[in-house]
Write a protein that binds this ligand. Structure first.
Ligand SMILES: NC(=O)c1ccc[n+]([C@@H]2O[C@H](COP(=O)([O-])OP(=O)(O)OC[C@H]3O[C@@H](n4cnc5c(N)ncnc54)[C@H](OP(=O)(O)O)[C@@H]3O)[C@@H](O)[C@H]2O)c1
Length: 302
């Protein structure tokens, strides 16, 4: 019988690349997801259980038999009853359940520069979950991506969408803050490779190119042949404008926390690249589809 691994969100952005690789290696895959009906070519090859955190014994039984758990669960922003505190509590419940179920290896996705003292709930919460994992009895690997790009990526796709549709593109503040995007499939490779190891590690998951936000916008603009004028506005005003477009799309395009994280240069590290795919080359290869369709966080998750 083949080994069983569990992937949270195996029909989602990162999870599907992990699941696809595992299936390719002959591993049986179970997913925990709140969207069991999301269309996916992996649907018939994967066992589905609910992603829920209120009943920890049930969560443990849904993890029973798995050697490795790949955890992609997190929330991008607080909305309705979902908060960063609830995401932390849920993540801690998952870690507890994994220990109870006898999971051997926990591969966890975090963020660059998490910090329990951060004023930003995303970075603070991620740091708290990392600590819980380090304090657990689980053999673990923590991967810290900055920004992901790929087929269903939101940030870069929606920058392209805005540049294709509007005569003005607004950059919050100076735009001189930096990002190190990693290809989602490179992250999938790193996660599966970590699933095979048994040492505890924390690794920045960053691609080979570093961009200032200004450079990134200029590159996307060139690639999608946008005529949009790029203007710089104070962050609060830029955010206000994104809220107007967000209201039209019934989505949240950008949050105050995301702007503050960018401005504080939290999406850049001093580490050597761990991903190989260049965003510039990937965008050039996807120039026709990039930004054609808006990608909505709220439609996907709320
Ligand atoms: N995307 C990026 O640019 C980026 C950058 C840095 C770090 N990360 C980290 O990378 C990991 C994977 O990100 P991803 O973009 O690939 O995520 P994703 O596929 O959109 O979601 C991953 C998992 O989290 C669940 N989830 C997401 N939002 C939720 C919400 N509001 N309420 C309840 N469940 C929610 C999903 O549930 P369902 O299975 O029900 O869909 C799925 O199981 C996350 O830990 C994220 O923090 C992402």
């Amino acid at each position: 019988m083949s080994e069983l691994h569990v992937v949270t969100g195996a029909f989602g952005f990162t999870g599907k690349h992990v699941a696809r690789r595992l299936l390719g290696c002959g591993v049986s895959v179970r997913t925990l997801t709140a969207h069991p009906d999301r269309s996916s070519e992996l649907r018939s090859s994967i066992e589905v259980r609910p992603l829920q955190f209120t009943d920890v014994p049930r969560l443990a039984s849904d993890l029973q038999g798995a050697r490795v758990l790949y955890n992609t669960y997190w929330v991008r922003f607080a909305h309705g009853r979902t908060t960063y505190d609830s995401a932390v509590a849920n993540s801690l419940a998952l870690i507890r359940a994994a220990q109870e179920a006898g999971v051997e290896r926990f591969v966890h996705v975090s963020i660059t520069n998490p910090d329990e003292k951060s004023p930003l709930g995303y970075f603070r919460g991620k740091a708290r979950v990392e600590r819980a994992l380090r304090e657990s009895s689980l053999s673990h690997a923590i991967l810290r991506p900055a920004v992901l790009f790929g087929d269903e990526g939101i940030l870069i796709n929606n920058i392209a969408w805005l540049l294709r549709r509007f005569p003005l593109f607004v950059v919050p503040g100076s735009g001189e803050y930096r990002l190190q995007p990693i290809f989602v499939e490179d992250l999938g490779d790193l996660m599966v490779a970590q699933g095979k190891r048994d040492d505890n590690s924390t690794t920045d998951a960053i691609g080979p190119e570093t961009f200032t936000f200004n450079e990134l916008v200029a590159l996307v603009r060139r690639i999608v042949k946008s005529k949009s004028r790029v203007v710089h506005l104070p962050p609060t005003l830029a955010l206000r404008m994104s809220q107007v477009i967000g209201a039209l799309r019934r989505d949240v395009i950008l949050t105050r926390e995301e702007v503050d994280g960018l401005l504080a240069d939290l999406l850049v590290t001093n580490s050597a690249p761990t991903g190989e795919t260049k965003l510039s080359e990937w965008m050039a290869a996807h120039r026709d589809s990039l930004g054609r369709r808006y990608q909505s966080e709220l439609a996907r998750h709320f």
